[in-house]
Design a protein around this ligand. Sequence first.
Ligand code: ZN
Length: 183
Amino acid sequence: MTAQGHLFFSVASLIMAHKLKLTLEFTRGDWLHMIPGILLGALLPDIDHPFSTLGRLLRILSLPISKICGHRGFTHSLVAWLMLLIFCYQWLPNIWLIPNDLTQAFLLGYISHLIADMLTLTGVPLLWPLLFRFRLPLLPKKTNQRTERFIAIIFIVGACLLPSDYNIDLLSQVKNILQYFSF
Ligand SMILES: [Zn+2]
């Protein structure tokens, strides 16, 4: 999928997270924080390709990552996402004062990239280092930019049309599940 497709898809995911009130930050967050966060998260996994949008800007990182991991390898896995999660919440110095809504949008953008790549035939190795590729190939075999943009816009319109009276509150759901399993 192209960078543009990923950006559209990530914006659709953000609108969906906001409408479904996934967390307090997505519900009440500042769009001026969340938009840059989601866009950065959506572009980051392709840093493993020196000719991707971010790869071209950060050649110094993308070249070694692409040599070591290859395209759609480690950076396209849940392991990489979990490491980023830990990095954001444990290692980032508090003094940097990065807003929580930006962090959550960034992490959502990253996940949206993995899901969007799963829609292609190549799929992604979600459970890297296991090489099994997860795919839900809904995108046509030969997708051009126009088709991709068309599908992405459908996602955005679909997200905008979602009713706003849901309240999933992901954090409470996770806490409930953890409580269920604790003795
Ligand atoms: Zn990718």
